[in-house]
Design a protein around this ligand. Structure first.
Ligand SMILES: C[S@@+](CC[C@H](N)C(=O)[O-])C[C@H]1O[C@@H](n2cnc3c(N)ncnc32)[C@H](O)[C@@H]1O
Length: 414
């Protein structure tokens, strides 16, 4: 059965939910019931019915002066993912950062009549819109507040669950202060340029991750805004993106692409459609000089051939660098490395070796991500890559040799 422009909202909604259930994105009865109940199209009047019920598409609701989306109704698959990560129980006190209206209505459905929902947004246009749409659709009980999330949710008291629906680089103390002792925070957190929707359980003054899934979000505004720095090479053709840190001597890279390319193929392969989120996280945590490369599509001369032209894994070492490349094999693809600069071969080797380490030792693993207060001394942190932010020290911790990985435990528990 096709669902074209003439299908009813109900038919489109049923098809969307069925698709998310089949894909395993919606897993619980409570989340499924919420998606079947709330009329998404009524919270996305900017979109056609077909757009409103597209399982993988956000509906943009506001752009800034540069034409960049600053507010949207998030894509249903991302909302379902985060609601499942939150594991909301009936009667819980819920908070949402970023107010489209629709997700708050879904949260209200899952929490039921004994629960509560407060949603905050930094933008008055967004809170006015959310208030209007929630009232029009029977969700008058959801509180909508205009506030910068950096300082928490005003007058919301203690929360059992806080779902952040805007891309965050850090975790302000107010978010954990407001969480119940056994509370959970679900947040799209960016570390070393990679965004993952992470569900964190509170454990005293630290947070411990339960799951981390790839996602994309509009970025945080206000006091918590963090803009990654971009080092441009060859005019503006190639950019190196740094989310934390900056090269000691950026000028050393001026002529890096004037040298010959060193190419290495690693024997590490990937099947069509196979997720490689663990590989990216492994490289981000294993490599000191990790950054992301982007190629300007309008200025692209074809000099570099990265695996991904928007955010490609790159290792930087002084005046040399190596980036991830890919080539087709019979039924999949093989990862390789392209190196440039005076030490191209050494840097390429270093990146290739970490790819092979991931393949050999960590392909089935997922890291545990810990969040500690900023002042926590090194000696009190678990082993792993430490990333120091304004408010927090984040530790990406992989199973050591001989330990059972988190994903293996999940597999066994199924
Ligand atoms: C993706 S939209 C929220 C989507 C919404 N939860 C839904 O129903 O799908 C992200 C929102 O975060 C808001 N935002 C950005 N920075 C913020 C901040 N510091 N505090 C509160 N809201 C913020 C934006 O104004 C935007 O409306």
């Amino acid at each position: 059965m096709t669902h074209g422009a003439t299908a009813s909202p109900e038919a489109l909604r049923t098809a969307m939910v069925d698709q998310l259930v089949r894909a395993g994105t919606i897993r619980s009865k409570a989340v499924e019931a919420a998606f079947r109940t709330v009329p998404r199209h009524a919270f996305a009047p900017e979109a056609t019915l077909v757009q409103a019920y597209a399982a993988h598409d956000a509906v943009a609701t506001k752009k800034n002066e540069h034409g960049i989306d600053v507010s949207s109704v998030s894509a249903p698959d991302v909302q379902a993912l985060m609601l499942e990560q939150a594991e909301i129980q009936a009667g819980m006190r819920l908070g949402e950062v970023g107010s489209g209206g629709y997700n708050a209505a879904l949260m209200a459905e899952v929490a039921g009549p004994d629960g509560s929902v407060v949603t905050i947004d930094i933008d008055r246009d967004v809170t006015d819109r959310a208030r209007r749409l929630l009232d029009a659709n029977g969700y008058e009980g959801v509180r909508v507040v205009l506030a910068d999330a950096e300082h928490g949710l005003p007058d919301a008291g203690t929360l059992d669950r806080l779902i952040v629906t805007v891309g965050a680089w850090d975790i302000p103390p107010a978010w954990t202060d407001q969480l119940a002792e056994d509370g959970r925070l679900v947040v799209p957190l960016r570390t070393r340029g990679l965004t993952r929707s992470i569900s964190f359980d509170r454990d005293g003054d630290r947070l411990v991750s339960r799951s981390a899934e790839v996602c994309g979000f509009v970025t945080m505004q206000g006091e918590g805004e963090h803009i990654e720095r971009l080092l441009l090479i060859r005019g503006k053709e190639i950019g190196l993106r740094f989310d934390e840190g900056w090269p000691a001597d950026p000028d050393a890279l001026n002529g890096v692409f004037d040298t010959d390319r060193v190419e290495k193929w690693t024997g590490v392969t990937v099947a069509p459609g196979e997720p490689i989120k663990g590989m990216q996280m492994w490289l981000a945590s294993a490599l000191d000089g990790f950054c992301l490369m982007s190629v300007d599509t309008e200025m692209d001369t074809g000099l570099v051939a990265p695996q991904n032209k928007r955010a490609n894994i790159t290792l930087l070492d002084g005046d040399s660098l190596a980036y991830l490349a890919i080539r087709r094999t019979g039924d999949g693809a093989e990862f390789g490395v392209h190196g440039y600069g005076p030490n191209a071969a050494e840097v390429a080797d270093a990146l290739a070796e970490e790819l092979q380490t991931w393949d050999r030792d960590h392909r089935q693993d997922e890291p545990v991500i810990y969040v500690y207060p900023a002042g926590t001394p090194e000696a009190d942190l678990p082993p792993g890559r430490v990333i120091t932010k304004r408010h927090r020290r984040i530790v990406i911790s992989w199973p050591q040799e001989g330990q059972v990985s988190k994903s293996t435990i999940t597999e066994k528990g199924k």
